[in-house]
Design a protein around this ligand. Structure first.
Ligand code: NDP
Length: 455
């Protein structure tokens, strides 16, 4: 068959795969978006390898091993009975026990958790650590709830989840709406129910088994990834204007690392608006924002007029501000085509995804068309799960490593992930960082699945 004939056949079978995927997963747009993005990148590998095709690796990899759905009933401070929906999606454990965060947000549903669990499988594979992919959460909105309400919710949530997790089975961690406070409540209930103190959750407080640098890891790791990309371009962080979205765990520690490494962080945002500091935030300003967002759980609007040189813009995303680097660190599909066009017009060079799938397909296409490099979340935000992997190792050996040691290992892992992407791009000069991350993550999982036979 000619090359053209083979390409047409491959395109046809990729199209049939995607049509089947859409048919099997109606009402799951986020999951379909995530799978289609990966499938387009890895299809050449599947096409080239008769074993992958015969074993139907792609079809198997896009069905979760298991989806556990359950009800969470709890009582609010007025004594009203409240009911939420919760899930744990155990996606793929071919290369290690399930590992992935828990998200508490009112928009959580099965589609969102399947997309996150699917992506987690590839991300965990890229870290080189033995971790399978999973994700979980509930459509519980922690905003406006008292600490005791959050505690009662977490305890009720864990009263079902504890049956399905364990240090060698499935190890959840935090994500949107689940920070160290929630992990504390969840781990306390897990211990009460199982009578075990083990590494079944990560993101724990340092005084009870948590790792140094876990809180900082995703944001720091994303900036380390950016540094590797810039070095590859013979550039440095010094003076780079970075627009960051979000003001949560990922965004704030990305900002901290970037400021310490000489960059200018010109924006941060939350779900109501963004702050703009044209000369770049300093560490004192960032500390005030951290206290507001991570401790008081307030709104950025409260800082309007409070910090010198900082302006608050209500109801807008930060992508209109001119920058060299954009770091979407809030949520999925937050950076759309219109925002991408504005960023391109304003001269953006690099996009680093701190959040999972924050850039829409159209926006990705526009960046590609204009030569803007994109570091995909699977690679760039893998630092969080990598340090969660280190937390497991420390728990298993009853040791705790210093901040310096964890930070050094985190830097090494981010460099290794970056280098894996570069070597995939060297194999195929049409591939970009996103294709490369998908392919490098895929190979390891696919080969493990082949080793197990048909199951
Ligand atoms: P947090 O809950 O700590 O912070 C999320 C931030 O994003 C908040 O500032 C929130 O605003 C904002 N936000 C949430 N939804 C929206 C929205 N629809 N529009 C605009 N802003 C929004 O979460 P994390 O920082 O932990 O997670 C952020 C992203 O990073 C997620 O995609 C997560 O999956 C991903 N990630 C997180 C990791 C981690 O270690 N935490 C690891 C890898 C990926 P507000 O304050 O108003 O709620």
């Amino acid at each position: 068959m000619t090359n053209n004939g083979r390409t047409n056949e491959a395109n046809g079978s990729l199209r049939r795969f995607m049509e089947g995927l859409k048919r099997r997963n109606p009402h799951e747009p986020e999951f379909i978006q995530a799978v289609c993005e990966v499938a387009r990148s890895i299809y050449p590998l599947v096409e080239q390898d008769a074993e992958y095709r015969k074993a139907r690796i792609l079809e198997r990899m896009t069905e979760p091993d298991r989806v556990i759905a359950f009800r969470v009933t709890w009582e609010d401070d007025e004594g009203n009975v409240r009911v939420n929906r919760a899930w744990r999606v155990q996606f793929n454990r071919s290369i290690g026990a399930y590992k992935g965060g828990l998200r508490f947000q009112k928009s959580v549903n099965q589609s969102v958790l399947k997309f996150l669990g699917f992506e987690q499988t590839f991300k965990n594979s890229l870290t080189g650590l033995p971790m399978g992919g999973a994700k979980g959460g509930a459509n519980f909105n922690p905003k406006g709830k008292s600490p005791r309400e959050v505690m009662r919710f977490c305890q009720s949530f864990m009263s079902e989840l504890f049956r399905h997790i364990g240090a060698d089975a499935d190890i959840p961690a935090g994500d949107i709406g689940v920070g160290s406070r929630e992990v504390g409540f969840l781990f306390g209930q897990y211990m009460r129910l199982t009578n075990q103190f083990d590494g079944a959750l990560t993101g724990k407080g340092v005084s009870y088994g948590g790792s140094a640098i876990r809180e900082e890891a995703t944001g720091y790791g994303a900036v380390y990834f950016l540094q590797n990309m810039l070095e590859q371009r013979d550039e440095s962080m010094e003076g780079k204007r970075i627009a960051i979205s979000g003001a949560g765990n990922v965004a704030l520690f990305a900002a901290e690392r970037a400021i310490r490494d000489g960059a200018k962080v010109v924006t941060l945002s939350d779900s109501k608006g963004f702050i703009h500091c044209d000369s770049g935030l300093d560490e004192d300003g960032l500390d005030a924002i951290k206290t507001l967002k991570l401790q008081r759980r307030g709104r950025l609007s409260e800082l309007d007029g409070e910090l010198a040189g900082v302006r608050y813009e209500n109801g807008k995303a930060p992508w209109g501000v001119s920058c060299d680097v954009a770091m979407p660190c809030a949520t999925q599909n937050e950076l759309d085509d219109e925002a991408a066009r504005t960023l391109v017009d304003n001269g953006v060079q690099v996009v680093v995804e701190g959040a999972n799938m924050p850039t829409t397909d159209d926006a990705v296409a526009r960046f590609r068309q204009h030569g803007v490099q994109i570091a995909p979340g699977k690679a760039a935000n893998a630092g969080g799960v990598a340090v969660s992997g280190f937390e497991r190792s420390q728990n298993a050996t009853r040791l705790s490593w210093s901040r310096e040691e964890v930070d050094r290992r985190l830097k090494d892992i981010m460099k290794t992930i970056h280098d894996k992407c570069v070597s995939e791009m060297e194999r195929d000069d049409q591939a970009d960082y996103a294709d490369a991350a998908n392919r490098a993550g895929f190979r390891k999982v696919a080969d493990a699945m082949l080793a197990y036979g048909v199951m």
